[in-house]
Design a binder for this molecule. Structure first.
Ligand SMILES: *Cc1c(COP(=O)(O)O)cnc(C)c1O
Length: 371
């Protein structure tokens, strides 16, 4: 069997930056709780993104949960959520006993459709918050989405879990809304083995989120709690990995872009192939190179052909309004997200791939058009 080619796997720096920070944590015995790596990782990520403050957490999902809590979302509140996404975007709405209303995507961005969002505002003027996603490192149309959220005076949360290193009109994704969320899960563009970050310009709210994330311990000698708490903080060892990974983020983005351009050059001319949208106002991180198919070759044909060659690929996210768990909630749109799901595929985008690996992927895909 040939070596496996992964969709996106952890890629530590050649220089061993991550281990240096982890080593420092061991030497100072700042294994837990918190410590210098956590403080520095928060500062370094906030600076990278251009936000005033950040809270390092145990996952991106925890960051979305605390963003909703910080936005004051509670029982029976309505939250607009992009339908085309990973379930982790929507689950925290249910943790808060709130009600999701799913919003369609458009073909121009693959992300939240501003027209559908506007319709949703007309249908549910009492809405409490909006969660927009930047899928696969493509940015949503932020000018229009921010404008609508301002017009209706609603809190905007950006799920930027897949878009660290992505800019919209020169500004980093995650820094447009009231809150931005990042993930360092194993398959993301950089990883800490697992972790997340909540960013905001509202330093007081971020301080409050850190408080909730450490069990809401009041300032008292004994254990005293006036609010519900969570155990959501990132460990100092894990934050050390994050600091090292952040130093190679630009290298990872450059390689992801190289992979995208390689595929687009080789596969773009095939009949029915259309690559994910790269708008001129967007500098994507190209987390996963994705495309849609409109000819006789279907995504499943490619997925199965590649799997036989020990190469990992997968369909586009299945929209939330089509998930058994979420289908009872309302949806506003025209069905673009379903079409993207039916016709879309994510190609292996692992930054450790060599040109020979890329060649192997491309040849196995091209074969399907020649048969
Ligand atoms: C990975 C991901 C998350 C969740 O991040 P975790 O750190 O795994 O909890 C949320 N939203 C999107 C779009 C993601 O891809």
């Amino acid at each position: 069997m040939k070596d496996r080619i992964f969709l996106s796997s952890p890629h530590m720096s050649d220089e061993g930056f991550e281990l240096q920070y982890v080593h420092e944590a061991f030497q100072t015995n700042w294994i837990a709780p918190l410590g210098r790596n956590v403080d520095q990782f928060e500062k370094e990520l906030a600076a990278k993104v251009g936000s005033k403050s950040a809270a390092a957490l145990s996952s991106g999902t925890a960051a979305i949960h605390l963003a909703l809590q910080a936005a004051g979302v509670s029982e029976n509140d309505i939250v607009f959520c992009q339908s085309l996404t990973f379930s982790a975007t929507a689950n925290p709405i249910i943790y808060q006993n709130a009600i999701p209303v799913f919003i369609d995507s458009d073909y121009k961005t693959w992300n939240m459709c501003p027209e559908s969002l506007e319709q949703a505002f007309e249908r549910y003027p009492q809405v409490k918050a909006v969660i927009v996603v930047h899928l696969y490192g493509l940015s949503a149309d932020m000018d229009r989405i921010v404008e609508l959220c301002k017009k209706y005076d609603v809190v905007l949360i950006e799920d930027a879990a897949e878009s660290l290193g992505t800019y919209y009109k020169g500004k980093h994704t995650g820094s447009f809304g009231n809150y931005g969320v990042f993930s360092f899960n194993g398959n993301k563009i950089i990883t800490t083995s697992g972790g997340g970050m909540l960013v905001s310009d509202d330093e007081e709210r971020i301080a409050k989120c850190r408080f909730w994330a450490t069990q809401s311990r009041d300032q008292a000698r004994h254990y005293q709690h006036s609010e519900l708490g969570f155990n959501y903080r990132m460990s100092n060892v894990v934050a050390g990995i994050g600091r090292g990974q952040l130093q190679v983020l630009d290298q990872r983005v450059a390689k992801k872009k190289y992979i995208f351009e390689y595929y687009r050059r080789e596969l773009g001319p095939l009949e029915g192939v259309e690559f994910m949208p790269w708008n001129d106002w967007n500098e994507p991180n190209f987390w996963l190179s994705s495309m849609t198919l409109s000819g006789s070759v279907r995504p499943i044909d490619i997925i199965e052909a590649l799997e036989k060659e020990n190469i990992e690929s997968r369909p586009i996210w299945k929209p939330m309004h089509k998930q058994p768990f979420f289908e009872k909630y309302d949806f506003v749109g025209t069905g673009v997200s379903e079409k993207l799901f039916e016709n879309g595929i994510c190609l292996p985008s692992d930054t450790k791939m060599t040109d020979a690996d890329l060649q192997r992927v491309v040849e196995n895909i091209k074969k399907l058009w020649w048969e």
